[in-house]
Design a protein around this ligand. Sequence first.
Ligand code: URA
Length: 231
Amino acid sequence: MTIPRQPIAHRAPPKRAPRTRAPHVAPGPVSLEEVREEAQDCQACPLWANATQTVFGEGPEHARIMLVGEQPGDQEDRSGHPFVGPAGRLLDRALQEAGIERDMVYVTNAVKHFKWEPRGKRRMHKKPGEGEIAACHQWLERELQLVAPALVVAMGATAARALLGRATPIEANRGHLSAFAGEMQILVTVHPSYLLRVPDDARASAYARFVQDLKLAAPFAERFSDRNGNA
Ligand code: URA
């Protein structure tokens, strides 16, 4: 796969010795922990060089619901955990209102390094490109294989593209479940960061629609251990 090289503004000195090729992902069944470990060294696209660390998915290994966002933001990049910044707090609130406990879902991103450009002293989010989404797909694929959720929630256009492999307009595709990759189902909805940017007068209704979408996921949110009939 040819990964387009993009100019990286404000390139920080590499924190690790550069590798010459993408890391090999073992084809056999390995644990999520092993894949997470391997992803820490990923240099399959140039984003690793300016990011603090790989931000891998988190949540129960056999969660029934997997939420997929775009890429870690500033706070996620610093902390190493997905959805812990402003978008994460909004997501937590919406999940709760939809009747879903966050600790029951597996939360991850289509792209696992923070893409940003400097603006003054701030690191401004930059949308990942198709090459970066494609380069990172190996990790999302392994997460899907190993977690094997019943429902995948694509939050925003980048997640929908990564999961469905094509540009997917959110408005036309949100709010219903569709069959996805064999036994799974997929729900497309907006990204929580979008709700932070909606003008004040439209924010409450946009948020209510997001919660409404998430309510479609609530029936999947039984305790992950219940899958085997255990408490
Ligand atoms: N936005 C995302 O898409 N993912 C995060 O982890 C945080 C913000």
